[in-house]
Design a protein around this ligand. Structure first.
Ligand SMILES: CC(C)(COP(=O)(O)OP(=O)(O)OC[C@H]1O[C@@H](n2cnc3c(N)ncnc32)[C@H](O)[C@@H]1OP(=O)(O)O)[C@@H](O)C(=O)NCCC(=O)NCCS
Length: 192
C-alpha cells in the first residue's frame, strides 16, 4: 500500500470517507474546465465504488492528498498507465492530479508531484514518467514544468477520447521526464 509523506501532505490510498470529495471533484465546473464531463452524484458514486472494488497494481493506487496540519483531504493524485497507442507507448506511466479549487496555487500539485516522481524512479524503478494536459491548461502545465518535466512538442496530439462536441479540449501536450535526467536534476540540487 502506497503512503507518501511530504513536508505538508500525506498521500494515502483512497478510503470510503473520500466519496464526497470524489463527487465534488467530478462535478465542479472550475475543476473540470479542461474535461468534457460533469458527473452526476449517481455516476460519480458508481465510479468511486468501482475504484474502491478494484485492487490496484502496487504503486498505481489513486492517492488522496491530505493536509497534515488539518487532516483535510484536498484532492487526488497518482500514477496510472496510459492506454493511447499508437499516440503514446502502451502502458506509459502518467502522473496526474485533481485538486479542490479552493486549494489551488499553494504548491500542492508541485509538492506531491516531486514526491511521486521520487517514488516512481526509486521504489518502482520506472524508466520514464509522462504527464498529459489539454494545451490550454496553463495551471497543469506550470505544475508539470515546476517538477522538472519537459514538454515534448513532437508528441502533441488530438485526444481520441475527447468527443467532437468539445473541439477546444482535443489538442493535448505531453510533458516527460526520464529516470536518467531526473537523477541529473537531483544531483544538481544536492550540489547547489
Ligand atoms: C492543475 C492543478 C493540479 C494544479 O494544482 P496546484 O496545487 O494549484 O498547482 P501548484 O500550486 O503546485 O502550481 C501551479 C502553478 O501554476 C501557476 N498558474 C496558475 N494559473 C496559471 C495560469 N493561468 N497560467 C500560467 N500559470 C498559472 C501558479 O502560479 C503556480 O506556479 P507558481 O507556484 O510558480 O506560481 C489544479 O489546478 C487542478 O487540480 N486542476 C483541475 C484538474 C486538472 O486540470 N488536472 C491536471 C490534469 S493532470
Amino acid at each position: 500500500m502506497t503512503k507518501i509523506e511530504t513536508s505538508r501532505l500525506i498521500l494515502r490510498p483512497c478510503m470510503e470517507e473520500d466519496r464526497e470529495l470524489f463527487y465534488e471533484l467530478s462535478s465542479d465546473p472550475a475543476v473540470l474546465e479542461f474535461f468534457p464531463f460533469r458527473r452526476s452524484r449517481k455516476d460519480a458514486d458508481a465510479i468511486f465504488t468501482m475504484i474502491r472494488n478494484v485492487t490496484p497494481e502496487p504503486g498505481f493506487e489513486l492517492l488522496v492528498m491530505v493536509l497534515k496540519h488539518s487532516g483535510e483531504a484536498i484532492g487526488f493524485c497518482g500514477l496510472s498507465k496510459l492506454q493511447l497507442p499508437p499516440l503514446l507507448p502502451q502502458d506509459a506511466v502518467e502522473i496526474g492530479w485533481r485538486i479542490s479549487a479552493r486549494h489551488w496555487n499553494n504548491g500542492h500539485a508541485t509538492e506531491s508531484g516531486v514526491a511521486l516522481l521520487h517514488h516512481a524512479f526509486t521504489r518502482l524503478e520506472i524508466d520514464e514518467i509522462l504527464s498529459i494536459a489539454v494545451r490550454d491548461n496553463r495551471r497543469a502545465r506550470a505544475a508539470m514544468a515546476k517538477i522538472g518535466m519537459r514538454r515534448d512538442p513532437a508528441c502533441d496530439f488530438d485526444h481520441p477520447h475527447i468527443p467532437e462536441t468539445h473541439p477546444h479540449l482535443k489538442r493535448h501536450v505531453v510533458y516527460r521526464l526520464g529516470a536518467a535526467e531526473w537523477r541529473v536534476q537531483q544531483d544538481g540540487r544536492r550540489t547547489r
